[in-house]
Design a protein around this ligand. Sequence first.
Ligand SMILES: Cc1cc2nc3c(=O)[nH]c(=O)nc-3n(C[C@H](O)[C@H](O)[C@H](O)COP(=O)(O)O)c2cc1C
Length: 157
Amino acid sequence: MKILGLSGSPRAGGNTDTLLGALLAGAASAGAETDAVHLRDYAIHPCTGCERCRKDLTCTRFMDGMHLLYAKIEAADGLIIGSPTYNYNITPEMKAFIDRLYPYYRFSAERPGPYSSLFQGRDRKALVFSVAEQTTPEERGFPLRRCSGRLRRWDLR
Ligand SMILES: Cc1cc2nc3c(=O)[nH]c(=O)nc-3n(C[C@H](O)[C@H](O)[C@H](O)COP(=O)(O)O)c2cc1C
C-alpha cells in the first residue's frame, strides 16, 4: 500500500512537518510504502481557471511542479494531507495544490451540472489534519472543512 503525505507548511521542520512525519512513520510501521511531499519545495502555479483540463484531462496551461505530483497522487492508495492554519484558512501552498487537482473532476456538458471524480470506485482513503495555535473553533478557522469537503468530491473518505 502506498501512502502519500503532503505538507502545506511554508516552514521546514515546523509542527505540520513533524505531525506528517509521525503519521507516515506509523503507516510505514504497519507495512506501507510512504512518501513525504512538502509543497513548498515544488513550484505550483495557482490555477487560472482556463478550464483546458476539462478537455485535455491534465493541466496543459502550466508545466510546473504539479506535474511531478500528479503521478504520485494517481499511484497512491491513501493520502495524508496537512496544512497549518493561516488567517483561519489553509496556506497558499495548499490552496494552489487543491485547485490544481481540477483535472481529476469529470464534468458533464451541462453547466451547472453533475460531476464525478476520476478516482470514483477506487477504494482510497484520506486523512486530513490542520495545525493551529489558537484554542477556540472560531480562531482556528476552517482548514479542516476546506480540505475534507474537497476530498469527498474526489471520492476519497
Ligand atoms: C501568517 C500566520 C497566520 C496564522 N493564523 C492563524 C489563525 O488564524 N489561527 C490559529 O489558530 N493559528 C494561526 N497561526 C499559527 C499557526 O497555525 C501555527 O503557528 C502553526 O504551528 C504553523 O504551522 P507550522 O508549525 O507547520 O509552521 C498563524 C501563523 C501565521 C504565520
